[in-house]
Design a protein around this ligand. Structure first.
Ligand code: PLP
Length: 478
C-alpha cells in the first residue's frame, strides 16, 4: 500500500495492525498486573502540568511513542478502580471482552440510534436490554435504552415519568425520595427543572418510610399540588440500603404515582438468589436503572434504563414531537416494525454501547456473571463477620448489596469527634500503604469506614489483610 496523504488522516494497514497490537499488549498488562501496583497515589496538578502543557502540535509525531507516553505517564496517574484492593466508591472491574466490544463499536463507528443507520447494533441493544430485564425479574414486555451511565438513565426515567403522569406541564409537580438518594440523581432532577419538586425524606435505617411518604402525598394533594413520582433506591451508594419496594409499589398504585427504582449500583444483584430476595418488589417498578459499568463489570460508559412499558419512552422522547425543520432526517423515519432507539431517550447519536455487554454475557455466559456477583456478596458477608468477631470493631451498616460500614472503637471510647477523627486517620494510614483504598462515610451521624466488595478478583484473603491493616492502624493510634 502506498503511504496515505496527510489529509486522509490514515495509516497504512500494516502500521494500524502494529499499533493495535501495541495497545492490546498494554491493556492486557494493565488488566493482569493491577494487583502488583499501588491502588492509588495522589497526583499534584503541577506534575501533570509539567508533563502535558505544550503548544498545539501542528506536526506529526510517532504514534507508537505517543501510545507509550500515555501508557507510562498519563493512564497510571489514575485510581486503579479494578485493583483487587480498591474498596472505595463503587469499584469497576472491567473485563477484556467488554474492552473488545468497545473497540469494535468505535472501530466500526456504528450508531444504533436510528434503524436506518445502525439496524444490527440497534437489534443487539434491544436483545441485550430484554435479557437484562429478564435477568432482573422484570415482567415480559419490558424494554429499555442504554445511556452513558446511571445519571443519564435516571434523568431519562424522571423525564419519562413526568411526561407520562403530568404531560408537558410540570406546574406544582412533587416527587418523593430519601435523603440517601445519589446526588447525581438529585442534580438530574434539578436539570429537568424539578429541583423544587423534590421532597427529600429522612427515614429510619436509611430507608424511605412508606407511611411517611403516604402522609406527604396526601397532604400535597390536599394543598392542590401534583405528586407524580416516588424515586426509590435499590442499593444506595452509601450503605447499600434498599427502600421498602413492595410497600412503595402499593402506595404508588393506589395514588397513581410512577415508581422509579435507582438500582445503578444494586439492581444487578437481582441476578442472584440472595440479591433477588434483598430486592423483592423490584419487578413492580415502572422503571429501573442499572449501571452495567458497575456490578456487571463493563468498561465505562454504559448505563441502562429499563421500563415496564417501552411505549412510555416513545411517547416522551420521539423526535417527531420536536421536529422543526429537520427534513434531512426523513431517511431515518422508521417503518412500523422498525425501532429508532433515539426515540426512547435523550441522545441522538450514541456509541454502540450494548456490544460490550452482549459480547461479555455471551462469551463468559451469564452463570459466570451470577457467580461473580455472588462472590461480591460473599466478601461483604465475610468482612461483616470479621468486624463482628472483633471487639475493637463496630458494624454500623450492612452487609447490604456488597457494601459494609464499620468503625474502629477502643473499648473505652465514646461517640464523638475523637472517634470520628479516628476513622479518618485509620483510612489515611491504610490508604497510604498503597495496597488498599477504603472510603469513610457517615452512618447515622457517625463516621464510618466503608467497603464496597464487588470486584470479582478480590479474594477473602485480601479482605482479611485489609481488616488486619485497619486493626493495626487503629492500635497505632492508641
Ligand atoms: C453511581 C450511581 C449513580 C450515578 O451513576 P453514573 O453511572 O455515575 O452516572 C446514581 N445512583 C446510584 C445509586 C449510583 O450508585
Amino acid at each position: 500500500m502506498t503511504e496515505p496523504a496527510p489529509h486522509e488522516l490514515q495509516l497504512t494497514a500494516e502500521r494500524m495492525r502494529q499499533l493495535g497490537h501495541q495497545v492490546v499488549d498494554l491493556v492486557v498488562d494493565h488488566l493482569t498486573g493491577q494487583r502488583y501496583r499501588p491502588v492509588h497515589r495522589r497526583v499534584e496538578p503541577e506534575e501533570v502540568d509539567h508533563l502535558l502543557t505544550e503548544t498545539v502540535p501542528e506536526d506529526p509525531s510517532d504514534p507508537g511513542g505517543l501510545v507509550d507516553f500515555l501508557a507510562a505517564e498519563v493512564l497510571p496517574r489514575s485510581l486503579r478502580l479494578g485493583h483487587p484492593g480498591c474498596f472505595a466508591f463503587i469499584p469497576s472491574a472491567n473485563n477484556f471482552l467488554g474492552v473488545l466490544g468497545d473497540l469494535l463499536a468505535s472501530g466500526f463507528n456504528v450508531s444504533p440510534g436510528a434503524w436506518f443507520v445502525g439496524a444490527g447494533p440497534a437489534a443487539i441493544e434491544q436483545v441485550t436490554a430484554r435479557w437484562l430485564a429478564e435477568l432482573l425479574g422484570l415482567p415480559a414486555g419490558s424494554g429499555g435504552v442504554f445511556t452513558p451511565g446511571g445519571t443519564v438513565a435516571n434523568l431519562t426515567a424522571v423525564a419519562a415519568a413526568r411526561h407520562d403522569r403530568l404531560g408537558d406541564d410540570a406546574t406544582d409537580a412533587v416527587l418523593y425520595c430519601s435523603d440517601q438518594t445519589h446526588p447525581a440523581v438529585l442534580r438530574a432532577c434539578h436539570v429537568l427543572g424539578l429541583g423544587d419538586s423534590v421532597r427529600l425524606l429522612r427515614g429510619a435505617d436509611h430507608r424511605l418510610d412508606p407511611a411517611r411518604v403516604r402522609r406527604e402525598v396526601e397532604s400535597d394533594r390536599r394543598a392542590g399540588r401534583r405528586p407524580f413520582l416516588v424515586l426509590a433506591n435499590a442499593g444506595t451508594t452509601n450503605t447499600g440500603s434498599v427502600d421498602p419496594l413492595p410497600e412503595l409499589a402499593r402506595l404508588c398504585h393506589e395514588h397513581g404515582l410512577w415508581l422509579h427504582v435507582d438500582g445503578a449500583h444494586g439492581a444487578a444483584a437481582a441476578m442472584t438468589t440472595r440479591g433477588r430476595a434483598a430486592l423483592a418488589g423490584l419487578a413492580q417498578a415502572d422503571s429501573v436503572v442499572v449501571d452495567p459499568h458497575k456490578w456487571l463489570f463493563q468498561p465505562y460508559e454504559i448505563g441502562c434504563l429499563l421500563v415496564r412499558d417501552p411505549a412510555t419512552l416513545r411517547r416522551a422522547f420521539a423526535l417527531g414531537r420536536f421536529r422543526a425543520r429537520a427534513g434531512y432526517l426523513d431517511l431515518t423515519r422508521p417503518s412500523p416494525d422498525e425501532v429508532n432507539l433515539s426515540d426512547h431517550g435523550v441522545q441522538l447519536t450514541t456509541s454502540a454501547r450494548a456490544l460490550k455487554l452482549w459480547l461479555s454475557f455471551k462469551g463468559f455466559g451469564v452463570t459466570a456473571f451470577r457467580a461473580a456477583i455472588d462472590h461480591g456478596l460473599d466478601l461483604a458477608e465475610h468482612a461483616a463477620a470479621l468486624v463482628e468477631h472483633s471487639d475493637e470493631l463496630d458494624l454500623l451498616a450492612g452487609p447490604s448489596l456488597g457494601i459494609v460500614c464499620f468503625r474502629h472503637r477502643p473499648r473505652s471510647a465514646a461517640d464523638g469527634p475523637d472517634l470520628d477523627a479516628r476513622q479518618h486517620h485509620i483510612a489515611e494510614a491504610v490508604n497510604g500503604g498503597g495496597r488498599f483504598l477504603i472510603a469513610t462515610t457517615t452512618v447515622h451521624g457517625r463516621r464510618a469506614l466503608r467497603l464496597c466488595t464487588i470486584n470479582p478478583r478480590t479474594t477473602a484473603a485480601d479482605v482479611d489483610r485489609l481488616v488486619t491493616d485497619v486493626l493495626a492502624a487503629g492500635r497505632a493510634l492508641g
